[in-house]
Design a protein around this ligand. Structure first.
Ligand code: 3PG
Ligand code: MG
Length: 409
């Protein structure tokens, strides 16, 4: 794991007091048609970094992207205004929203915090414009990247600013996210069990390949499991699958088998003739799926077996529901696994949009050890990819260790 200076370390050194601190957070929260926030998890998760800097007497600027607006085109729906109001409530102090801020024509007093409007409205943000990055870096003495959810993007506020700001560090959320995933994947308590589910093997192929060399059990679900069932020679009717990836699935099964590890293939499944809320769900043996059946969940015998494996696990990494859990009669498999994970003594880590929705639906959030705020970033870390935002923080950390005097304390 790369060494990255953290905000906690800088606070302990007294390097934050009286400084102009720019925090890049990921406050990209879902909004409804009225522009109301429907889930404020990311704002709550980002508050500690801001609070810590305020408490240390810094002048705090916080920015984030919201959605994927067209750069240079300001529309009301792209404004961080609702986010700013929510942050203000959470901090119990006024947070001013600044629309045009890259020129630095504004003042922030120590102990105050301003929000810098949607950074993706700035021309050059997504392409990591060097000019923009230098201008933003010039606003601060210290740059804190706490935006784990955007760590897989190489943009001006996630990468370029980290190149040029006098002093840089990872915020507490960023640090916690990385620590949890490294704890789960680098030196895990065994057995290490991963659940990777979702509609397509193709979108998760590199994750499956990367995990195949690490985990003791790789539980696949959803459309991914259907492709693995095909690879095992089982009928899948008209279920969603990718026949072109059956060879890949076989290779993953073989890689795992050669290490004494396994991809458990469902013994029974829940099928229906249509994917709809009023469809009749039937439990059938995996070998008995009819030509006009759709597999929409794992069956109860399979769920029970997997739950027993989960109970024995030392570490669990969970991404993706194993059935169409949004529809009650196809949600029993995901519910059973969710409850088994909650009851397990394993260190458990979960992430991804659908997974978070399942966790909320079955009310087990407080019994998962770590729930990631990242979607794409969480998946890329699972894939073993280097996240650009982390790479530049690690690079700066390495540089500062070689020549500490060059840092602008
Ligand atoms: C997310 O919601 O996954 C992050 O905020 C990143 O957003 P992006 O996919 O638009 O870069
Ligand atoms: Mg646990």
């Amino acid at each position: 794991m790369e060494t990255i200076v953290t905000l906690g370390e800088l606070l302990a050194q007294g390097a934050i007091a009286g400084k102009r601190v720019l925090i890049r957070a990921d406050l990209n929260v879902p909004l409804d048609a009225q522009g109301e926030i429907t889930d404020d998890t990311r704002i709550r998760a980002s508050a500690p970094a801001i609070r810590q800097c305020l408490d240390a007497g810094a002048s705090v600027m916080v920015t984030s992207h919201l959605g994927r607006p067209v750069e240079g085109e300001r529309a009301l729906r792209d404004s961080l205004a609702p986010v700013c109001r929510r942050l203000s409530e959470l901090l119990g102090q006024d947070v001013r929203l600044l629309a045009h801020w890259t020129s630095g024509q504004f003042a922030v007093a120590p102990g105050q915090v301003v929000m810098l409007e949607n950074c993706r409205l700035n021309v050059g943000e997504s392409k990591n414009s060097d000019t923009l990055a230098r201008a933003i870096a010039a606003l601060c003495d210290v740059y804190v990247n706490d935006a784990f959810g955007t760590a897989h993007r190489k943009e001006a506020t996630t990468y370029g600013v980290a190149q040029y700001a006098p002093l840089v560090c990872a915020g507490p959320l960023m640090a916690a996210e990385i620590e949890a995933l490294h704890r789960a994947l680098d030196a895990p308590r065994r057995p290490l069990l991963a659940i990777v589910a979702g509609s397509k093997v193709s979108t998760k192929l590199t994750i499956l390949q990367s995990l195949a060399s690490k985990v003791d059990q790789l539980i696949v679900g959803g459309g991914i499991a259907n492709t693995f069932m095909l690879a095992a020679g089982l009928p899948i009717g008209k279920s969603l699958a990718e026949p072109g990836l059956v060879e890949e699935a076989r290779r993953i099964i073989d890689t795992m088998r050669a290490r004494g590890a396994a991809v458990p293939i469902p013994e029974d499944v829940v099928v229906a003739k249509t994917l709809s809320a009023d469809a009749e769900a039937r439990v059938v043996d995996a070998a008995e799926v009819a030509e006009d059946d759709l597999i929409l969940d794992i069956g109860p015998r399979t769920a029970e077996k997997l739950a027993a494996q989960i109970a024995q696990a030392g570490t669990i990494v969970w991404n993706g529901p194993v059935g169409v859990f949004e529809i009650e009669q196809f949600g029993q498999g995901t519910r059973a696994l969710a409850e088994a994970i909650a009851a397990s003594r394993a260190f458990s880590v979960a992430g991804g949009g659908d997974t978070l929705a399942a966790i909320a639906r079955y009310g087990i959030a407080d019994r998962i050890d770590y729930i990631s705020t990242g979607g794409g970033a969480f998946l890329e870390l699972l894939e073993g990819k280097t996240l650009p935002a982390l790479a530049i923080l690690a690079h700066r950390t390495a540089q500062s260790m070689l020549a500490p005097e060059s840092e602008a304390f």
